[in-house]
Write a protein that binds this ligand. Sequence first.
Ligand code: SAM
Length: 268
Amino acid sequence: MAQETELEEVIAAVKGSRKYGDTSEETIRMLAVEALRQHKRPKAAIKAVRKRLHSIMAPYLGDPDYEDAAAALDAAFAAGDDAKIKEICLAALESHLSTRERLPIMEAFYQHIFQLTGRPKRLLDIACALNPMAFTWMGLTDSVEYYAYDIHEPRIDFLNHYFQLQGLLPLARLQDVALAPPQETADVALFLKEMPRFERNYPGSGRDLLINLPVRYLVVSFPTISTHGGRSLVNRYRQFFAELVAGQSWPVEELMFDGEMVFIADKS
Ligand SMILES: C[S@@+](CC[C@H](N)C(=O)[O-])C[C@H]1O[C@@H](n2cnc3c(N)ncnc32)[C@H](O)[C@@H]1O
């Protein structure tokens, strides 16, 4: 009983915090259970959960003002102003480091990837952050079933808002893929620029995730240059990906873009 009270205390404290309150409660609960195994005092457990969330949520990568961006999209779609819609999508992509870095290559990026995989009818975007806002530059039609997974509540609400305005099904999901890996079958799964953090946060889970995803093509990308210091990460991540898929007989293609390298594994 006392343990249950402490668990709820830790969850409430983190959920009530300004910095991490946007995180899925399921994720916070899992981390709180783990933290209370290691720390007797709730205060120490709260600190431990916050520390892990710093690495998992990476809030330092940036966010737009979701309410303002949603209202701006409403107005632009109501006016049928395509240029304005694109401008708002670009501003959202710009607000998060991963997509900001991809902007200069964004159109070529999806063109080359889908040339190899074929245009997906069903696409999974795992640990998506704001990447689905690049939909217009992906060369897909609005009949695509675009599943997007993240653990940040306002981000998922915003993505579904945009999907509906754009004529897509609202398939963005608040789902912790470390706790509940996607079960949807699909043509292509994107797992972009998150694998190093994912393996650090949930050691050993990255390989299992890739093996268990019921998709034809896995598209896994890595930055080629470190954020701090500008060191090349090409050899390190090429080796890392080879280790992740070691023992699988999947043919793998490598694509190199300015700032991002992509591995496409054919699981068929
Ligand atoms: C670096 S960003 C990903 C960027 C995006 N894939 C891209 O390349 O544009 C990492 C995202 O992963 C999400 N994330 C981290 N762990 C997750 C998990 N276990 N399940 C679902 N999403 C997760 C975070 O909330 C964050 O939005």
